[in-house]
Design a binder for this molecule. Structure first.
Ligand code: SF4
Length: 178
């Protein structure tokens, strides 16, 4: 009788692996979609202000989980299906909001630079946790296969989120006046 000790991990039955349902971006007319995208971006830019205001660390960590998932930090949550790799190695942008692949739209930049996830007010096309337009998951999102939003709300622990390495430099506004 053969043993299973060399059995490849990938041969494990699919039901052992957490499955996730795709979350569709709600369809709007093209003009409406363009207007709401511009409105969201204008609000995000305004929230930066003249002092380079930034989101706080726990909120940025939650946004990172929403966009990038937890797989590379030892968890099981895959990246968002709308996360796109930039043509610039190591950078990513959101393919769901239509902003494209530019330095200003990269979700995470170099530590010393302002990135999109740093905007205090920022909308996500899927209304995911950590974003200004976040909406709690609906009841049916917890039915297998679950949505990533439901999974973050119910299965990702606060400790796990706290382990996500993010950098935020102090905004000029929080420095003591000279
Ligand atoms: S902003 Fe929202 S839709 Fe875009 S990559 Fe992040 S979680 Fe996905």
């Amino acid at each position: 009788m053969g043993c299973n000790c060399n059995k490849n991990k990938d041969n494990q039955p699919a039901e052992n692996k957490q499955q996730f349902r795709k979350q569709e971006i709600q369809e709007q007319s093209l003009i409406k979609k363009k207007m709401s995208m511009l409105q969201s971006f204008a609000t995000a830019v305004a929230s930066r202000g003249l002092q380079d205001n930034k989101v706080n660390i726990p909120l940025k960590q939650l946004r990172v989980v929403s966009c990038f998932g937890t797989e590379k930090y030892g968890g099981v949550l895959p990246p968002c299906e709308h996360l796109k790799e930039s043509t610039t190695p190591g950078k990513h942008y959101c393919g769901g909001c239509g902003c494209g692949d530019k330095e200003g739209t990269w979700l995470m930049s170099e530590a010393e630079k302002y990135s999109k996830l740093d905007y205090p007010k920022l909308n996500c096309p899927l209304a995911m946790p950590g974003f200004s337009n976040y909406q709690h998951s609906k009841d049916d999102e917890g039915v297998e296969p679950v949505t990533r939003r439901w999974f973050i709300e119910n299965k990702v622990s606060y400790n796990e989120i706290q382990q996500i390495p993010v950098t935020i430099h102090e905004s000029k506004q929080t420095q003591p006046p000279k």
